[in-house]
Unconditional design. Structure first.
Length: 254
């Protein structure tokens, strides 16, 4: 049980998982604080990467591919792109599906299935062997994309669109306006502190207030079950940022 007056997670909250956030898991709540690790070695050592600090080859070389900064033992790779000029070629990945997340800037993806325009907060899924070419908007002040490549099939199957609250964007805006810092709004540069949760609560309240008159209901089948949107080779999903931009001087630890 959380202490009286404490608005964050219980101090003794401990999460056990086998495969990060996607495998089997169990949660234990203890009456005392769970101490953090003092050191970690091996392939499962956690890392934090400031994506906006990665030197990307395609920022200056139009022929370059996104810069890989991490790989896994099962063939998944993570890359960053700061493309500033159109690709002077078309590209086809014959080994992996790709998922592109647009952090900053706007881009046109010309593919075998037509053109797709993506902006900040969009995910673009490109199936294996799909040919595409990326052109950044000439109006881009900055360009930042995060790319995941996986040999497994990507199956984006989002639920019916009920709307999402961009609390990450709102928190970043408050900090940029001088209404707080990453140290005061978060406990570790990522997870919210009590002040961060308060900012999140205001974002949720504003979102609910702006949609309280909506009459949207999820689509249903005749038997009353929900309809799931099937995954496709390419789609763009409006969502809140997966990788919040880190402040100019964030703590970066391996």
């Amino acid at each position: 049980m959380a202490e009286a007056g404490h608005h964050g997670p219980p101090p003794g909250l401990h999460l056990y998982t086998r495969d990060g956030f996607v495998g089997q898991m169990a949660v234990a709540i203890r009456p005392h604080t769970v101490y953090e690790y003092t050191s970690v070695t091996g392939p499962h050592a956690p890392s934090r990467v400031a994506l906006d600090r990665v030197e990307c080859a395609d920022a200056t070389d139009p022929r370059a591919l996104p810069t890989v900064f991490a790989t896994t033992r099962n063939g998944v790779s993570l890359s960053v792109s700061r493309r500033s000029a159109p690709m002077p070629y078309v590209f086809r990945n014959t080994e992996c599906d790709e998922l592109h997340f647009v952090q900053e800037g706007s881009f046109e993806y010309v593919t075998d299935f037509g053109a797709l325009h993506a902006g900040p907060g969009d995910f673009v899924a490109i199936g294996r062997t799909v040919t595409y070419r990326v052109t950044p908007s000439p109006d881009n002040a900055e360009s930042l994309r995060f790319v995941v490549e996986t040999p497994d099939q990507l199956n984006l199957a989002p639920p019916a669109p009920f709307g999402m609250v961009n609390v990450g964007r709102d928190l970043t805006e408050k900090i940029s306006k001088g209404e707080g810092t990453w140290d005061s709004m978060t406990t570790d540069g990522v997870h919210p502190s009590d002040a961060g949760y308060a900012a999140y609560a205001k974002s949720v309240a504003r979102f609910l207030e702006s949609h309280k008159s909506d009459s949207v209901s999820p689509p249903r089948l005749n038997d009353g079950s929900s309809v799931i949107v099937p995954g496709v080779s390419m789609m763009s999903i409006r969502c809140w940022p997966l990788v919040p931009k880190i402040a100019p001087e964030p703590p970066v630890a391996a």
